[in-house]
Design a protein around this ligand. Sequence first.
Ligand code: GAL
Length: 837
Amino acid sequence: MKLFFHFLLFCFFTLLFNTCSAGNVTYDGRSLIIDGQHKLIISAAIHYPRSVPGMWPGLIQKAKEGGVDAIESYVFWNGHELSPGKYNFEGRYDLVKFVKLVQQAGMYMILRIGPFVAAEWHYGGVPVWLHYVPGTVFRTDSEPFKYHMQKFMTLIVNLMKKEKLFASQGGPIILAQVENEYGTYYEKFYGEGAKRYSQWAAKMAVSQNIGVPWVMCWQEDAPDPVIDTCNSFYCDQFIPNSPKKPKIWTENWPGWFKTFGARDPHRPAEDIAFSVARFFQKGGSVQNYYMYHGGTNFGRTSGGPFVTTSYDYDAPIDEYGLPRFPKWGHLKELHRAIKLTEHALLKSKPTTLSLGPSQEADVYDDGSGVCAAFLSNVDNKTDMNVVFRNVSYHLPAWSVSILPDCKNVLFNTAKVGSQASVVKMVPEKLQPSVASQCKGLKTLKWDIFEENAGIWGVADFTRNGFVDHINTTKHATDYLWYTTSIIVGENEEFLKNGSHPVLLIESKGHALHAFVNQELQGSAFGNGSNASFKFENPISLKAGKNEIALLSMTMGLPSAGGFYEWAGAGLTSVKIQGLNNGTIDLSMSSWTYKIGLKGEHLRIHKPDRLNRVNWVSTSEPPKNQPLTWYKVVVDPPSGDEPVGLDMIHMGKGLVWLNGEEIGRYWPVKTSKHQECVQECDYRGKFFQEKCLTGCGEPTQRWYHVPRSWFKPSGNILVIFEEKGGDPTKITFSKRKISGLCSLIAEDPMAYKPKPTVHLKCPKNTSISNVKFASFGNPTGRCGSYSKGHCHDPNSTSVVKKVCLGKNECAIEVTEENFDKGLCPGTSKKLAVEAACS
Ligand code: GAL
């Protein structure tokens, strides 16, 4: 009786906390074995410092709702070990809290400790100070590197152990990773030290005794028991280095990252689903979306260089934490279908049957009635009808059908049943805080502080020639002033004929603003594929002494590549052309340097340090003025939608709210002469450049400001503008799902479930209007559907009757629900666009 009571108590608490206590984790050639059970795992990367603790529970929940079993994250060493032995595990870096939230959600955790991680994160996650520890070379057989790597790895492992977070201790962590893509991509750079290093890393990891398996991605010679894994857009053909190891896909990229000045990559939902279905069809066991929620590179954490502050990644959950439709919904349905095949997949070995030249079936049938089949068509153009077990199936090009009972198609990767959504950024003017409104101030009061163009305070040092930018700033700031002066004689021709000498600059990267006598003369910058650049601009010089002040900037430290930590930045040549003597070369002149800006140095973006400079108050802040700090006290935008700061009217710089670092802003436009797609053909192999949009548009207009950073009133927004903008046009924009769409074809052959249009508005909103509905042969895309020649005129009223005023609704796409006998011989669809409010 007592035992039974204890059992009930146990169940009660398990249910109450819904925690995921994984237990023993081992593996064989088929899959991970968790507590004696073979398992298929669908995992989702959410990097904890790329959102804020206030968002974590919601993101994890959305992943769970999306049919995901595990959350994966790298560990970000340079966010944790700020200087040797000085650690930070607070706020966005509260790793323990994050893992515990995953556990409380009843999910598993995959911890990719690295600690080299790449990830478009500055310096690939390795602390910058380590580069300056004598004798250190990153990621090779270098004693200081190995010493610090092991020290950090051990620290993280011990922290997880202390909190009982490994599955072996009853926690959620079922897998851990050491290093990242070293073997395949980077070993070649490091000669003999490379092999010694990778083998050492594997051994060092295993010796940590975490009780769960270790993985190394793209490490073909990963020694037992470490599992080598695959990262790619497709991993169905991947074979681990031992038949005793399961096939694991650590990075399936459902989109791609973006760099300033470049176009916006998208990966179609149909293709991602195809790749995942193929992976499980071909014996895959763990699949992780990198990223499932990309998030934000707050502050100066982005790498690259040139990776944008947004790390949205076109992921299933967008940067702001909203599900991205139809991607999120389509993958959710895929996950459901895969889960229904899990038992069959793990119970038997597949039989592969050819169904055509590029069509095949993999059948998992143990003869006992448990049977699942995957029918695939890898032809990238032609739809096919195939016959499987005497039944005919239609297989669209580049698709997989999942038959959890070897008979009925539950899911086809190319048929998107999920709704799509119309997402808007709704602007709201900056509002003065209630307190100032009470004092009668109806308009915003701006405080201004101007930086000097060049040395402020005491110069850091003077040198003949140039120093390397990164070696000088050590990433303490993005900014380094290179200043010199020249004397211009009265008799220079250009002074008489009104022409202008030309300033010629070469730089290893990343960006530059050139000032002469405090006036901005021009700017230049590199890009994500080539950080170096040239500057060539006419300048205004006067007779006598001219001050030349060049503001060199980094835009995120490199995050990967052989010996990436040695890549430099900053000026390599400065010349002036068009003087009486021709061209003068200033490269070896005496240059005086200043690291960073005065405002930065005084940390005037921090609420407790604001008074360290004399701000000048005005209701009309200067426009198009370089090197200007702006401060304004505002109220939060109304409502509870996620917020983006609209910086389209600003130039380039940094922005903070209440001392929290929003990040680098730069609405630089992409070239309108490049190629962009209107619609992406999901068929055929995907690659990063396949489906780009945003030609001629700002790379990043909105900058995510997490709601939890706002106070009810009196929020301090601080902006440092480098080259000039109009701060009065800054708005907070609220991200809203304003409409929903769905286009579903009828399928007279389908038994249950019948094809159905499902619409679901965000929480606390309902369907307020049906903007378009057509049962017939409508065409077009969400936002621009149009009727075809076949159309049931009652479509809108049918849909309205079912949906208006509801948070969600469903309509089966059958003739019974519409006009029976409409356009005989035409196969019909239902397209709906609805508004939510
Ligand atoms: C992979 C790398 C990840 C990330 C990804 C691109 O090669 O392992 O860390 O950089 O590329 O987003």
